[in-house]
Write a protein that binds this ligand. Structure first.
Ligand SMILES: Nc1ncnc2c1ncn2[C@@H]1O[C@H](COP(=O)(O)OP(=O)(O)OP(=O)(O)O)[C@@H](O)[C@H]1O
Length: 261
């Protein structure tokens, strides 16, 4: 954990370009232990790029990125064992069974095979997909695959979690279980980065909301602070205001008239 109270993630003047296209334009952030961060922004804002840099799977950035107080460019990969990640889209090994996949992931993160096996089986059953434990992932429904990814991200009890649209495909009962798990994890001191386009959920679960637009941070604060700053009621309205999007009716009308042609 992080007994000294220093930030678990610290980012200074982070810049990233793909070719001549600058997609992160000077991000500065300090994230404390136990915070649930709603990390939101329009499509292409740079959210996944930031997360991939933090995960150590994207190089070539400028600026300083520290996780658990250590500069991730130092080459140490130990910190990755303390991180869990649910990507927006994932290539899981479909020909493996859930058991093979989860024990493999657990062992990669330093767990003993039998410990990973026992824990994975119980977590699958708690998520109502226990019957699929020995089945090939290729036979899973979309929601079952998503639950598998969530379990894989949590199995090794990481200290920082990155979730990208984690509720995608989950039924209403599982959503309630997952939200409750999130709030317990945060109470235990886990830090959670939550990226989603579902504003109602982000508004409810986040202690702090960061809005990214065009590679820059447009807002950073609690929901109440953002509300005060924008004089708007819901996070959806705040988001639309801060990302300069107020023509949705005109666009929808034009869309309909094109369909009618
Ligand atoms: N491998 C790549 N090569 C070139 N450009 C890329 C690459 N990956 C991302 N980009 C560009 O970087 C920008 C930021 O992408 P990123 O995936 O970080 O956005 P995002 O905020 O996660 O978007 P979304 O909400 O759609 O998932 C986009 O303009 C995207 O086209």
């Amino acid at each position: 954990m992080n007994p000294t109270g220093e930030p678990v993630v610290s980012i200074r003047d982070l810049r990233m370009s793909y070719g001549s296209k600058e997609v992160l334009r000077g991000i500065n952030l300090e994230i404390q232990r136990g915070q649930v961060i709603g990390y939101i922004g329009p499509n292409g804002a740079g959210k996944s790029t930031t997360v991939k840099i933090l995960l150590g799977i994207l190089d070539g950035y400028q600026g300083e990125v520290k996780v658990f107080g250590e500069d991730i460019s130092s080459g140490s990969i130990e910190y990755k064992k303390r991180i869990g990640y649910v990507p927006e889209t994932a290539d899981v090994y479909e020909s493996l069974t859930a058991q093979e996949y989860l024990t493999f992931v657990g062992e990669l993160c330093g767990m003993d095979h039998d410990a990973a096996d026992g824990k994975a089986k119980r977590l699958m059953s708690l998520f109502s997909i226990g019957e699929g434990y020995s089945a090939r992932i290729s036979s899973f429904s979309k929601g079952m695959k998503q639950k598998l990814l969530i379990i894989a991200s949590l199995l090794h009890n990481p200290d920082i979690l990155f979730f990208d649209e984690p509720l995608s495909g989950l039924d209403a009962n599982s959503v309630m279980v997952f939200k409750e798990v999130l709030s317990e994890l945060s109470a235990q001191g886990k830090t959670i980065f939550y990226s989603s386009h579902i504003m109602e959920v982000v508004e409810k679960i986040s202690d702090r909301i960061i809005i990214l637009n065009g590679g820059r941070i447009m807002a950073d604060g609690t929901f109440d602070e953002l509300k005060e700053q924008c004089s708007e009621g819901s996070l959806e309205e705040i988001f639309n205001q801060l990302t300069g999007f107020d023509q949705y009716r005109d666009i929808a009308n034009e869309f309909i008239s094109v369909l009618k042609e």
